[in-house]
Design a protein around this ligand. Structure first.
Ligand SMILES: NC(=O)c1ccc[n+]([C@@H]2O[C@H](COP(=O)([O-])OP(=O)(O)OC[C@H]3O[C@@H](n4cnc5c(N)ncnc54)[C@H](O)[C@@H]3O)[C@@H](O)[C@H]2O)c1
Length: 346
């Protein structure tokens, strides 16, 4: 017997996610996702919030990121393994699920490796919309791996960036990024050092991967008025900025109990002042106050961003046919006769 409708959950494969992004257009996806995440940050108080559950090993981390707005529940499974790249694997892979809170039934399951790159870039763009200098045009992008192009395109689509200064310790990564972005309309400048990359930049994004404390930016490299978007420091013992930068910057974070353990601010005392980004977005705290201010978005990635991304995909999926239906939920004729259903299948 074929499974009943109640047994079926829409599943978005990597292939269908790629088709969906191309059908909409990547810059439109990034702009719409930015708005979707922003709308959820405004209703921040409604969400269940908990630091993600992280399982650390010598080589990396595996994390579960749950949240709910009371009507819909979501979680993401995501890993971070910087050494994976060396053996032809992604540093970050993910999948996730949305469920109906009233029944507990899943309503969507999807790949989230691509979706994480999209939502991380959209979150960066959202933060920059509130924190970066208003007339920012030049982005320095340090770390030219899997996330890089998404970050550049979101800053273009949402923040009006027209020039990107690229640097990676591995020139092949920079060349790959230059090639992928060459028809994007962005002016691309390949740099030989992080120092060169930050020259004249209004926004500096660090998205490197290393399972240790690194100093991608030192204090002397950060001029007045710059907005820093630090996305690669997102685990205990894994940071990108010299702590002196944090002494000069106003720092904005997603969810302090998680960021104090995982973000750049793990290097600072527990009372180091931070502003929750949602407060800026909801108009409850100031973002950029003056031209000379150094603003830092200490991004680690929070479950609400994944919730927004999953809900966005669910809405955009309607009538596209870009999903398979998975036989995922057992559905016996009599809900109490689960065993009978198993027996009849013999
Ligand atoms: N904050 C978030 O929400 C979020 C989301 C996704 C990924 N991340 C993090 O972003 C980082 C980048 O992810 P990815 O998928 O692009 O990884 P990746 O492994 O594909 O790319 C990382 C790049 O950084 C380069 N690099 C390493 N050390 C460097 C250094 N000292 N200077 C310059 N470049 C250096 C590597 O050569 C590589 O090209 C990871 O640390 C990941 O954990 C954060």
């Amino acid at each position: 017997m074929p499974p009943s409708q109640k047994a079926l959950v829409p599943f978005v494969s990597v292939e269908n996610m790629m088709r969906l992004v191309h059908a909409i257009g990547i810059e439109t996806v990034l702009a719409e996702l930015t708005d979707a995440i922003e709308a959820d940050f405004v209703r921040w108080a409604l969400f269940d919030k908990t630091p993600r559950v992280a399982s650390h090993s010598r080589d990396g981390v595996i994390e579960l990121m749950p949240t709910s707005d009371g009507e819909t529940y979501s979680f993401k499974y995501v890993n971070g393994h910087p050494k994976n790249m060396g053996s032809g694997l992604q540093t970050v892979t993910a999948f996730g699920l949305l469920a109906d809170v009233s029944t507990g039934y899943p309503v969507l399951i999807t790949e989230m490796t691509l979706l994480t790159a999209l939502r991380t870039a959209a979150t960066s763009a959202m933060a920059a919309r509130h924190l970066a200098p208003r007339d920012a045009r030049v982005l320095a992008l340090i770390g030219n791996g899997a996330q890089a192009e998404f970050q550049a395109l979101a800053m273009k689509a949402v923040n009006g960036i027209d020039t990107v200064r690229l640097y990676d310790i591995d020139p092949r990564a920079t060349e790959k990024t230059r090639r992928n972005l060459k028809n994007s309309g962005l002016r691309l400048i390949v740099c030989r050092s992080a120092e060169e990359a930050v020259e004249g930049a209004d926004i500096v994004t660090t998205c490197t991967a290393d399972k240790q404390r690194a100093t991608i930016l030192s204090d002397n490299m950060v001029g007045a008025g710059v907005h820093i978007n630090a996305i690669g420091g997102d685990c205990p013992g894994k940071t990108e900025l010299h702590p002196d930068i944090l002494l000069r910057a106003d720092t904005f974070v997603e969810y302090p109990p998680q960021t104090r353990v995982e973000g750049e601010i793990q290097q600072m005392p527990a009372d180091y002042p931070v502003t929750e980004l949602w407060k800026v977005i909801a108009g409850e705290a100031p973002g950029r106050r003056e031209a000379g201010q150094i603003t830092l978005f200490d991004s680690v990635g929070f479950a609400v961003e994944d919730f927004s991304a999953l809900a966005y995909v669910r809405a955009r999926l309607k009538d596209t046919g870009l999903c398979a239906m998975l036989d995922m939920i057992a559905d016996p004729d009599d809900p109490r006769d689960l065993f009978g259903m198993l027996q009849r299948a013999q």
